[in-house]
Design a protein around this ligand. Structure first.
Ligand code: C2E
Ligand code: MG
Ligand code: MG
Length: 662
């Protein structure tokens, strides 16, 4: 509004200014036109009469009769043309005719106007009361009529010897001025009306454009800060409110709670009932959360089936757990979506400020860790625990360094460990195992930092970085004719990320590696945290041609029924059963059962941790296809592995590197 008001005031000033300038110009034109008109009308009238009546020879003495006749015609002319006085002068200054007969015959020095008239040019000038040099006749007229217009007119008279008489006609200014002011008045009215219409039109146009812009910008602001589907605040607005709440809590000494909420059965609804129902569920969930919480709390949708709740002012952190449980209970109530009754579960992770962070990013990351724990343990609600060993100061410092290492991949190195056929015939592939070449601590094994990265968002960029390096190496070997499948270990987080398969495809494309030369290893427990989503991610990866194996098989709790549904190609029996299977009958039994199961499900089997020849022989006798372990080779950098490969592969690589059957 102030902007529109400013425009209104400014444009009004400009239009008034325009009116004044145009008005002044028009007024000058009107004045000029009226004076010119009066002069022209008077000139033509006088010329007309002169043609008719002034046929006398002005140089000769006119008879008294002729003069009278002329006087009568002239008076009639004067009466009809508002001429109040008329003198006619012969050069060089003899008054030969006047409506004031007593003056006829006087001689006077001619004025410039009169001299011009004798030369054939008409003109006019203003004669004001008090003008110096006025003749007695003129003074008399001025007294009687006020200001006068004195018009000089050349008149050709006489028959055989025509001569130019300079006539001076006096017309009162009052009627001319009255006409000028009447015309000016009309002009002002028209001009003011026109400009007013222009102003109103312009103002209306600008007001409606400004209204539209205001509405648009309000909509844009709303869109930028809200989720389009549910109308709830989005991540940007949540960030803003969280950071504000954290600042306020520093003064009040109270707690800020950020909850991250992930729906459990949402994918099922989307898949079975379609996206329309899925969208409706999200809208219903959003509404239910809003109804449950207080006005000052914020319910936001972060994307997909992920919601967040900000409670800006809590007296104690323990209250948050209760709120989380209240939310779960509320979501347990079925939803009626277009006549279909649906239920959704949720997992909630909670982080508090100032305990778990003093900004949105920290709180969200820690709530995410807690949410992941809640999902993995089926606890429903889980509060982030910063006090445990995994989050000690030293670990957090390590995390900061790891973050830097991901940006400087020279610090991350991959060692490769071969997998060979148990019979000892061919190399079937290699497994890439990451190490961290720490600038001051030296080479750090994955068990030192992978679990820490797993509990934060860092594992995702770390996995992408490792994948890039492994695929690049596999592509280099492939280009040398060494078609060696490379296996990369995946974290559970990757299986919860529906965008992950697309990222894998991009990496394969970037290095030109066929998908069949990439293998991904996943653990049973990583699948079980959200089996539906994991299944979707794995199905997409398998459809791309990437082969998949279950790592550390036997240590998790995967149900046999689930294993059957997964699009996997092989299992890797955990080394804790393999290493001592030759001396421990129960380990042997587990290994045998795993091989039997794999055979029944038509899956390949790799035994990890084979350290002795006795174990290899034992594995061969129980029908295990592939082995991996120190017996064959320890994991080592690619350049060290190359001579080993050259030694263990017969001459032509193309024939000897066997890609295990999917
Ligand atoms: P894993 O995937 O089961 O890898 C096999 C581990 O067993 C490796 O340990 C390897 O060095 C070790 N190993 C191989 N043969 C033998 C043997 O004969 N005897 C014994 N005692 N050990 C053997 P490493 O490299 O320390 O890796 C440990 C774990 O760290 C891996 O287990 C994997 O779960 C994880 N890891 C390694 N690299 C990555 C990675 O790039 N990404 C992810 N997410 N996890 C990784
Ligand atoms: Mg592995
Ligand atoms: Mg393993």
């Amino acid at each position: 509004m102030p902007l529109l008001f400013r425009f209104g005031a400014l444009s009004l000033v400009l239009i008034v200014l325009l009116g004044v300038i145009v008005g002044a110009r028009l007024r000058a034109i009107i004045e000029h036109r009226n004076i010119t008109n009066t002069r022209q009308i008077t000139t033509s009238a006088l010329n007309f009469v002169a043609q008719q009546e002034f046929s006398v020879d002005m140089s000769a003495q006119s008879s008294a009769e002729q003069m009278r006749a002329m006087q009568d015609s002239v008076r009639a002319l004067m009466a009809s043309h508002r001429i109040v006085g008329l003198d006619a002068w012969l050069s060089p200054g003899l008054l030969v005719f006047s409506d004031e007969p007593t003056a006829i015959g006087v001689t006077e020095a001619p004025s410039p106007g009169l001299a011009a008239a004798w030369r054939g040019r008409s003109g006019s000038e203003l004669l004001r009361t008090g003008t110096a040099g006025a003749s007695p006749h003129e003074r008399q007229l001025l007294r009687k009529y006020g200001d006068l217009m004195e018009i000089y007119i050349p008149i050709r008279v006489g028959g055989d010897r025509p001569l130019t008489v300079g006539a001076e006609a006096y017309v009162p200014m009052r009627p001319v001025e009255a006409q000028i002011s009447a015309d000016t008045h009309t002009m002002v009215l028209l001009l003011a009306g026109g400009l007013l219409l222009l102003y109103l039109g312009l103002f209306r146009l600008v007001a409606s454009a400004s209204r539209r812009l205001r509405r648009q910008s309000a909509e844009n602001r709303h869109l930028a800060l809200h989720d389009t589907l549910t109308g709830l605040p989005n991540r940007a607005l949540l960030r803003d409110r969280t950071d504000q709440a954290v600042v306020a809590s520093r003064r009040s000494g109270r707690y800020v709670t950020l909850m991250l909420l992930d729906l459990d059965r949402f994918k099922e609804i989307n898949d079975t009932l379609g996206h329309h129902h899925g969208d409706s569920v999200l809208i219903h969930v959003g509404r239910r959360l809003q109804q449950l919480l207080r006005d000052g709390d914020t319910v936001a949708r972060l994307g997909g089936d992920e919601f967040a709740v900000l409670i800006p002012d809590l007296a104690s952190p323990s209250a948050a757990q209760q709120v989380g449980e209240k939310i779960l209970a509320a979501l347990d109530e079925p939803f009626d979506v277009d006549g279909v009754t649906l239920t959704v579960g949720a997992s909630i992770g909670i982080a508090h400020a100032p305990e778990h962070g003093d900004g949105f990013d920290d709180l969200l990351q820690h709530a995410d860790v807690a949410m992941y724990t809640a999902k993995a343990t089926h606890a429903g609600v889980s509060v982030y625990t910063a006090g445990t060993d995994a989050y000690s100061r030293a670990r957090l410092a390590l995390l900061a360094e790891l973050r830097a290492a991901i940006d400087d991949p020279a610090q991350l190195v991959l060692h490769y460990q071969p997998k060979v056929e148990t019979r000892g015939l061919g190399v079937t592939g290699v497994e890439a195992l990451v190490r961290w070449q720490h600038p001051s601590h030296g080479l750090i094994g994955p068990c030192e930092f992978i679990p820490v990265a797993e509990h934060t968002g860092l594992i995702k960029p770390l996995t992408i970085c490792i994948l890039n390096m492994a695929v690049e190496q596999a592509a280099a070997w492939n280009a040398e004719g060494l078609h060696l499948p490379v296996a990369v270990n995946l974290s559970a987080r990757c299986l919860l990320d529906l965008e992950f398969p697309g990222q894998v495809a991009t990496i394969l494309r970037a290095h030109g590696l066929p998908a069949a030369l990439l293998e991904l290893e996943i653990t049973e427990s990583s699948i079980m945290s959200d089996p539906d989503r994991a299944l979707e991610v794995l199905t997409t990866l398998a459809a791309m041609g990437v082969s998949l194996s279950i790592d550390d098989f036997g240590t998790g709790y995967s149900s046999m029924a689930y294993l059957k549904r997964l699009p996997i190609h092989r299992i890797k029996i955990d080394r804790s059963f393999v290493t001592s299977m030759d001396s421990d009958p129960s380990d042997l039994a587990i290994v045998k059962a795993s091989i039997e199961l794999a055979r029944n499900l038509n899956l390949g089997v790799v035994a990890e941790g084979v350290e002795t020849e006795r174990v290899r022989v034992e594995l061969q006798s129980v029908g295990c296809d592939t082995i991996q372990g120190y017996l064959v080779s320890r994991p080592c950098p690619a350049e060290e592995l190359r001579p080993w490969l050259d030694q263990h592969l017969p001459g032509d690589h193309d024939d000897c590197c066997i890609v295990t059957a999917n």
